[in-house]
Design a protein around this ligand. Structure first.
Ligand SMILES: Cc1cc2nc3c(=O)[nH]c(=O)nc-3n(C[C@H](O)[C@H](O)[C@H](O)COP(=O)(O)O)c2cc1C
Length: 196
């Protein structure tokens, strides 16, 4: 399976980092195409203390990437910009309201919005992990538009019943939920057992 992961300028860079780490470690995934928006770099620097576009992947992964390749947001001719390129889907994590608006309205003006547009037209899974609070009506309308076009609105709202020890564990469990949703159930994922 090939997957595309985009990180945009919403808060929650730790979620994106944990997603990249999980996919690098998942033997079922052959190739991960990674795109960071210009504004994501600002938030990644702010929240994770990782700065610059050079070696961004290695810095986020904590090791040289094996299967993940970084593409430029300006590279509108990249493979993932075409529906003819096979893909198992796309995850935008975190997804800003700006990128949500671009996707919901079919702007396709940069690689992230174009790859999302392609994912929708090819009827492949598009997971938008939106992050903002509170939502205004424009955000709510755009989420509805995107959902009606086939996207899954998967807000960055972690659960707390598994008592995460820190923000990394919280993000990892959220990532497990996203990957479980697209058929990549993770071995260490928390499963609620109810009253057995
Ligand atoms: C530290 C920081 C946190 C931000 N958090 C959010 C957020 O949670 N949600 C959001 O929609 N925008 C947030 N923004 C604003 C976006 O970065 C901004 O709207 C940007 O234009 C989004 O661009 P992009 O979608 O191309 O990444 C944040 C900006 C900064 C600097």
């Amino acid at each position: 399976m090939n997957l595309t992961v985009a990180i945009t300028g919403a808060s929650g860079a730790v979620f994106g980092r944990e997603m990249l780490r999980a996919l690098e470690a998942d033997a079922r995934v052959e190739r991960v195409y990674f795109v960071a928006s210009e504004n994501a770099l600002r938030v990644v620097a702010e929240e994770l203390g990782v700065s610059g576009r050079n070696d961004l992947l290695a810095k986020l992964l904590g090791a040289e990437p094996v299967k993940t390749v970084q593409l430029s947001e300006n590279d509108i001719g990249a493979a993932i910009a075409s529906g003819s390129h096979p893909s198992g889907g796309m995850i935008v994590l975190p997804c800003s309201m700006g990128t949500l608006a671009a996707i919901a309205n079919g702007l396709a003006d940069g690689l992230i919005a174009r790859a999302a547009d392609v994912t929708l037209k090819e009827r492949r899974p598009l997971i938008l992990c939106v992050r903002e609070t509170p939502f205004n009506r424009i955000h709510l309308r755009n989420m509805t538009l995107a959902a009606e076009a086939g996207a899954v609105i998967f807000p960055c709202i972690p659960a707390f019943y598994y008592k995460p020890a820190d923000s990394t564990e919280m993000a990892r469990q959220f990532v497990d939920r996203v990957l479980g949703h697209i058929g990549l159930a993770q071995p260490g994922a928390y499963v609620w057992k109810g009253e057995e």
